[in-house]
Write a new protein. Structure first.
Lengths: 314, 314
């Protein structure tokens, strides 16, 4: 299956990796077959998660980081969640435009993804596409993700180093940061650091990290950048390298790998189990009947749910 | 169980509703018992979802809307996802401060929630807290949520009317909006409409909605507001009322209620099934053994997942 793609893939052809990624992105059995095939080759790339809200400047930062990696002779893969326009199936305009700098260079492969139907699906897919680039032999993979709320936690598993990109906006204060974001960041980037309040914001952030992180072995550094001018990007690159050196100590890297693999297994099991569950005729019928009782007020949704659960074999 | 709270709750005591909400927020069996008890009283309140990114001005808008509801003699409940600070279990500073206007009035009840461990948990919890306020007799409930990516889809089920709050920022363009956001909005609010580019942004948004929504029965209106000055909030209130009138036509309201109840049942089943699944000794052992094989490269995570699924009774 897809033998011609694999041949091209192993020969290092960009078109082949692109096609394999399209199949992986669609999901299903074909995707799984590809991921099984490439799995033995996955694990060599260093993965850097770059997360933050829309407009924080993630793409520009990734572009600048990519350029620096290329200067060192490293090959780069980028997987980016991307706004999907209703006008097309994929990305139009928006962030992607700013990354055109790196195109035309075969040492850089950029892939935007839309969602695969669920938030779990989205992150799972990003990780899987990174796997393809990893097996393809890319040295560094940047995962650019719009992190918010609990979603950021996922990135902990997919990136070896996670950089959280923030911007100092008038009226924002560091204390309104979600604790989730505080916990996942290995490095904090204050981008658009030429704005008013930026230094104050960075200082507050640093104090907060020191306060909350006193028990952590790795105290996340705060790096100021102005991505559009390339300012601070060298410092960010150094911070990433320092964190990489830290991870390679004392089995931390291997521990992350194990956690990531366990997370992958359980996510796949959960998604498939859920799908199988609601496809069964028996479950479907039961849901229909119980929904009627809930709608008419005879049962609560919780009682209905418990009945469905109790009816399962175990 | 919790009889004293229920007595107070039925007598309309704010302290009792607050305590019941705390139990519901913790989740588990006690939460379920409360939700079962109140279910027959749930369904009278009108629910308005207000969703958008941090900093869009959702809280200020909700505060302004709340004031107008109060002037009409309606009681209001607010459930808001809130940044959780590492300094305290709940919300500190941040958005909540701006809503203090309405406090001291027993006709307004504001509840901030943190996460209950998963993105599904978070929205489920927001809906459940809204149920408590609904059963308590509030006329209008505002659900203020940080919507992003697929998460916004959840709100479709929890709010009768969903207002998506956007802000025109330099360099933003309407086409970079996620299609998910486009789909869930019944009303689009361009807040901070006194900024440069705001009118252009609103016009683009309107054109886009007309283009994509030509097949929809309800064409979402675009309302310009400057929430901090209270500008445009009356128009937003009118838009909400118009959408409410639209829903009450031709069984749409009942259809939404049924969808919402079905979604609640399946969400509870999915969450509980997942939890039960990984608690079984058999599954735990299997995961441990298979993880070893995956770590050593003998199997891929997908092969491991399939083995776990295949070993389940059905």
């Amino acid at each position: 299956m897809h033998a011609e793609y694999f041949n091209g893939f192993y020969r290092g052809e960009i078109l082949a990796v692109s096609r394999l990624m399209s199949v992986v992105e669609r999901g299903g059995e074909e995707a799984e077959a590809i991921l099984n095939e490439i799995f033995p080759k996955v694990g060599r790339a260093y993965r850097v998660g770059v997360t933050g809200l829309t407009g924080a400047g993630k793409s520009t930062l990734v572009n600048e980081l990519t350029r620096r990696c290329r200067l060192r002779g490293q090959t780069v893969g980028v997987v980016a969640e991307d706004p999907t326009s209703p006008f097309s199936g994929g990305a139009i305009l928006g962030d992607r435009v700013r990354m055109q700098d790196s195109t035309g260079d075969e040492g850089v492969f950029i892939r935007s993804i839309a969602s695969r139907g669920s938030e779990t699906g989205l992150s799972a897919c990003a990780n899987e596409l990174a796997d393809v680039l990893d097996a393809f032999g890319r040295d560094i993979i940047f995962l650019e993700t719009i992190g918010i709320g609990q979603l950021e936690y996922r990135i902990r598993y997919s990136g070896h180093t996670t950089a959280v990109v923030l911007t100092p906006d008038a009226g924002d204060d560091v204390q309104s940061l979600k604790s989730g974001l505080m916990e996942i960041g290995d490095i904090f980037v204050v981008n658009k650091a030429d704005r008013a309040h930026a230094q104050r914001y960075a200082d507050d952030l640093r104090s907060m990290l020191e306060l909350t992180g006193s028990s952590r072995e790795w105290l996340p550094p705060v790096v100021n950048t102005v991505a559009v001018k390339g300012e601070g990007v060298d410092e960010l690159m150094e911070a990433i390298e320092r964190h990489r050196a830290y991870l390679s100590d004392g089995g931390r890297f291997e521990q992350k790998r194990i956690e990531s693999l366990q997370n992958r297994i359980t996510t796949v099991v959960d998604e498939k189990t859920k799908e199988l569950f609601w496809k069964r005729d028996h479950t479907k019928r039961m849901l229909e009947d119980l929904l009627e009782e809930v709608v008419s007020g005879q049962k609560s949704p919780y009682q209905a749910a418990n009945e469905i659960i109790a009816a399962q074999p175990r």
